[in-house]
Design a protein around this ligand. Structure first.
Ligand code: UN1
Length: 497
């Protein structure tokens, strides 16, 4: 298979890092497969990229929004035409099976269409004035250079959630993709450039957080930073951004609960839990990591989940029959295995899985068995901390009240779900779950780009990328008052009796 050296994209040119250093990315399913060589960038590279983005900004913000949108719409077509190739690249770089990689590309296509057509809307509000012969309206304006730090788990989709709304608003971009999955960002930007994006409007700097991410967050010419990743790193990004009063949009960890009431359709639950706990090898911020199940149906359901988990075909995502791929790297493998030890040490019952998969091709990658713990109590670490792997913690409860209390009793609040046929229970959950996303009779994953995506508590800081709110992250409101009375009219004074 092809191996390419990827250079940074700065001002429309592919350039080597000024550090002279590169790093390799190997397929996490097969370490013999070298996916690409990337620039191990430093502060100077980031500064050059920000300078290029700053230089491109005045012209790009003057391009009419519908025209900016057209470029995105054209990019959507190119992504569609290259879906198969880009899916393979994505599977090779981060491990998810091909059918899931296709979903990652489709999400970017959807976002390109959605953000592209926003170029013809981007509504402001006009309101009546309190005073006669006065007109007032509001409009969105771009902010400048947006710095983006994206994760490896949805390397095409999440880059698109950030980049495409930022572009349609008229900003320019410097992106540092996750070092484990940079190829997909190059693929996305390749389509944008071919669709007509001018040089310097998007710049890519590859590398690691401390050496390439931090200088981007700290750069005084980057007024907006959009970050998706761990809560630990997000907190640092927030602190650094705060010092310069930057707008920082954070999308961080989750410990997503899936509640099963005793009246639920268990066949439906089974499919949903297996998909949301073990899909993407549990490496979604929205993955189901806690199954909060009514005692009356717990043992029947768990038995069926265990049977399915044990039957999942784990392997190289490039094989068409693979259902679950590897973990993204050796560090994640160690982390997941150590959480499994924590669970055992805390007294939870390991019902299935729990081990690294070895032997044959498994020895070349980072494979772990789908794992289910029962007898988990809400205070255990495996019930509270984000594991980011295929580990499901089953907590039994006796009522809806208890289920909601347990669901909410964690630091995070991204996604959540309830399976029930009781409409009252469903509406209570919809209102009472402390989460940015609630699913009814569907699992915790599968958000669509037309609705706001994000979470509460330690998951986020109030911003919502995707959905109509996506423009708020990347634009500034301006209110405009036009007084055509020809005289001074003092608001709140001249019009008050
Ligand atoms: C993530 O969980 O990291 O909602 C992103 C989903 C996908 C995006 C997930 N559309 O499952």
């Amino acid at each position: 298979m092809e191996t390419r050296e990827y250079k940074n994209l700065i001002g429309g040119e592919f350039v080597a890092s000024s550090t002279g250093k590169t790093f390799e990315r190997r397929n996490p399913a097969d370490q013999r497969d070298l996916v690409g060589v990337f620039q191990d960038s430093g502060a100077d590279d980031v500064h050059a990229a920000v300078a290029a983005a700053k230089a491109a900004y005045p012209a790009w913000k003057k391009v009419p929004a519908p025209r900016r949108g057209e470029i995105l719409l054209k990019a959507a077509e190119l992504l569609q035409a290259r879906k198969e190739r880009y899916s393979r690249d994505l599977t090779r770089e981060m491990g998810k099976p091909l059918f899931e990689a296709g979903g990652d590309i489709v999400e970017a296509i959807g976002m390109a269409q959605y953000a592209g057509s926003e170029g013809r809307r981007m509504h402001g509000v006009t309101t009546p004035s309190e005073l006669p012969n006065k007109f007032q309206m509001s409009m969105r304006q771009p902010i400048g250079v947006v710095g983006m730090i994206t994760p490896w788990n949805f390397p095409m989709a999440i880059a698109s959630w950030k980049m495409l709304p930022a572009l349609v608003c008229g900003n320019t971009v410097v992106i540092k993709p996750g070092e484990d999955a940079s190829v997909s960002t190059f693929n996305l930007v390749e389509c944008l450039v071919e669709a007509g994006l001018p040089p310097g409007v998007v710049n890519i700097v590859t590398g690691y957080g401390p050496s390439a991410g931090q200088p981007l967050v700290e750069h005084p010419d980057v007024p907006v930073v959009s970050f998706t990743g761990s809560t630990e790193v997000g907190r640092l990004v927030y602190e650094l951004g705060a010092r310069q009063i930057k707008r920082v949009s954070l999308e961080m960890g989750g410990k997503n609960p899936l509640i099963v009431m005793d009246d639920a359709d268990l066949d439906l639950v089974l499919q949903g839990v297996v998909w949301a706990a073990f899909g993407t090898t549990g490496q979604r911020c929205t993955a189901t990591s806690r199954l909060i199940v009514h005692r009356a149906v717990a043992s029947t359901l768990v038995e069926r989940i265990v049977e399915r988990a044990q039957g999942l075909r784990v392997g190289n995502g490039l094989h068409p029959d693979t259902e679950m791929g590897p973990l993204v790297n050796g560090e994640q493998l160690e982390r997941v295995l150590s959480y499994i030890e924590v669970g055992k040490g805390e007294g939870a019952t390991l019902r299935c899985g729990g081990n690294r998969l070895t032997g044959g091709d498994y020895d070349h990658g980072f494979f772990v068995q789908p794992t289910v713990f029962t007898g988990v109590t809400p205070e255990m670490r495996i019930a509270r901390e984000e594991i980011f792997g295929p580990v499901l913690s089953v907590i039994e409860v006796g009522s809806l009240d208890e289920a909601l209390a347990v669901a909410n009793d964690v630091a995070y609040g991204l996604s959540s779900s309830i399976y029930t046929r009781d409409i009252n229970a469903a509406y209570r959950a919809m209102h009472e779950l402390e989460a940015g996303i609630v699913y009814i009779n569907a699992p915790t994953i599968g958000a669509e780009i037309h609705l706001p995506f994000g979470g509460v508590k330690a998951t986020g800081n109030g911003h919502r990328e995707a959905g109509p709110t996506m423009l708020d992250v990347f634009s500034e409101w301006k209110s405009v008052y036009v007084d055509y009375s020809g005289s001074l009219q003092r608001a709140q004074i001249d019009n008050v009796e």
